[in-house]
Design a protein around this ligand. Structure first.
Ligand code: ADP
Length: 483
């Protein structure tokens, strides 16, 4: 049996702000249980729903030193088994008592330094010695650093390997060296430009990338892109240097959680055989729910996303007047930057019946938007993998995407000459290209509905479950352990 420990800041069904949570919550279920004992550790946020928190079992608590500033910090350990996977929750109300998982950067830095150190300290207490600690994103960046510094002579951790997965290179956990040094208790020698130092500051993600045995990211294209100056977020040199220990493994989606045949959120369930009528019913229900004009003969295009620059929303702003013609309805579900929240609120106010702005986060509602839309728009500036296009495909909702990162790897563009492809895509980060691509999609939708429906069926049949990618992670684990 190989022991794997996932370390992350969010995980479905407990806490989710983006795709990271979907991956961390789903992938452990997909491994061969006879060969891998995969467990997950996340913070015990106060904002995890009570229906889960009330079921958590207390395991133990102790006090931990944390660098120069604090020498006696509470670490509680809670445990909960869910769908066959053991989850651990690091308990500390001071750090995790907020109403959402992340707050301002300085506070988050301290929070996840604490979290990383607590993860290391907990392992002997729960008597789980991982063969591999699989760290996700900057919040877990210091785990490999601790392993190779403060814990390097401790026999319990001897031979433990680490894998670091980059879900988004933009977020790195950067603060001044003095603060990070004193909060983390890490030795001075790690704060050099070949290790954690980054433009005179300290960078927690960089620590993970330097010290991990292997690095993965969530699509092949993104694995290549991040080794270039444009996408490398200042770390492309390091990633090029680690090129031999870096690969892309594309994300899947949970085919049980996202299944239009069994989805209780929908007005009408459907499969690839029944989608035509059922999607019309879901569209009508969505139009009613959102107060849009109830008309099957409108093209409903949606964005379900964090509302940030990464997601290509300035292109949407540029083209929105022309996207919203009399044949089209535009739906947004998302939260994020005020400028985009207000942009969409403004359009919804000016174009009632045609534009719907839902500035909120709601999983069940998201499922209804996927099911009731004809197309899902993902025009990202960069996109490590992207899950919304995969969920769209599963729900027979045609993705319209920009060819970057995982969007490029997962959405084969429609080819009208040989009748292949499962979505629409454009190459350049340009509002006119975005508009032309949406208009092309509309043309097929309105003028050649049979072709459109065949494309929907092809998309629904494409396998983006975790099965294939989970095998790739298993291969990687075996390779790393064979070293
Ligand atoms: P990212 O991780 O960059 O936010 P992904 O496409 O990888 O983007 O994952 C986004 C996930 O979050 C998807 O499961 C999507 O359905 C979900 N999501 C995004 N915004 C909302 C929202 N406002 N309400 C419900 N789900 C949302």
């Amino acid at each position: 049996m190989k022991n794997i420990l996932f370390v992350a800041s969010e995980c479905v069904p407990f806490v989710k702000t983006g795709g990271l949570a979907d991956v961390v919550g789903t992938l452990p279920k997909m491994f061969n249980k006879d060969e891998y004992d995969c467990r997950v550790i996340i913070p015990n946020y106060r904002c995890i729903p009570d229906k889960f928190r009330n079921e958590f079992q207390y395991v133990h608590h102790f006090y931990m030193d944390m660098g120069e500033r604090f020498n006696s910090v509470h670490v509680g350990i809670m445990e909960y088994e869910y769908e066959g996977i053991k989850f651990y929750f690091v308990d500390n109300l001071f750090y995790f008592g907020g109403d959402k998982p992340y707050a301002d950067t300085r506070y988050d830095i301290e929070k996840f330094i604490y979290f990383s150190k607590a993860v290391m300290a907990i392992l002997p207490v729960i008597n789980f010695r991982p063969d591999i600690i699989h760290c996700h994103d900057w919040q877990a960046g210091l785990v490999p650093v601790y392993l190779h510094t403060l814990y390097k002579d401790n026999p319990f951790y001897s031979g433990v390997k680490t894998i670091f997965t980059i879900h988004n290179l933009r977020f790195q956990g950067i603060w001044d060296i003095k603060t990070i040094r004193s909060l983390s208790g890490l030795p001075e020698y790690v704060f050099t430009p070949d290790k954690l130092e980054y433009k005179k500051d300290a960078n927690m993600l960089k620590g993970g990338l330097v010290y991990a045995d292997y690095i993965t990211t969530v699509s092949d294209t993104y694995a290549g892109e991040i080794q270039s100056g444009y996408f490398g977020e200042g770390l492309d040199g390091l990633l090029r240097a680690r090129n031999q220990s870096l690969c892309g493994i594309v994300n899947g989606i949970d085919y049980d959680a996202y299944n239009p045949e069994t989805d209780e959120n929908l007005a009408k369930k459907y499969s690839v055989r029944t989608f035509k009528k059922a999607k019309a019913a879901n569209k009508a229900a969505l139009q009613s729910e959102l107060g849009l004009d109830r008309d099957d003969n409108r093209f409903v295009i949606s964005i379900i996303s964090r509302l940030t620059d990464q997601k290509g929303l300035d292109l949407v702003r540029y083209a929105l007047d022309r996207i919203c013609d009399e044949f089209t309805q535009f739906v947004v579900l998302g939260t994020g930057d005020g400028q985009y929240e207000n942009l969409f609120r403004d359009y919804a106010w000016r174009m009632p019946g045609k534009v719907s702005a839902n500035i909120l986060f709601n999983e069940g509602f998201a499922h209804r938007v996927y099911a009731g839309s004809d197309a899902v728009l993902v025009p990202s500036l960069f996109e490590p993998c992207g899950l919304t296009q995969l969920i769209g495909l599963r729900y027979g909702t045609v993705p319209v995407v920009r060819e970057t990162g995982g969007l490029k790897d997962t959405v084969a563009p429609y080819n009208e000459y040989d009748g292949t492809g499962i979505g629409f895509s454009f190459a350049n980060y340009n509002g006119e290209e975005l508009l032309a691509t949406i208009n092309y999609a509309k043309k097929v939708f309105f003028e050649n509905r049979a072709e459109w429906d065949r494309m929907v069926a092809r998309g629904m049949k494409t396998d983006y479950s975790w099965a294939g990618s989970a095998l790739k992670y298993q291969d990687l684990y075996n390779r790393v352990l064979g070293w």
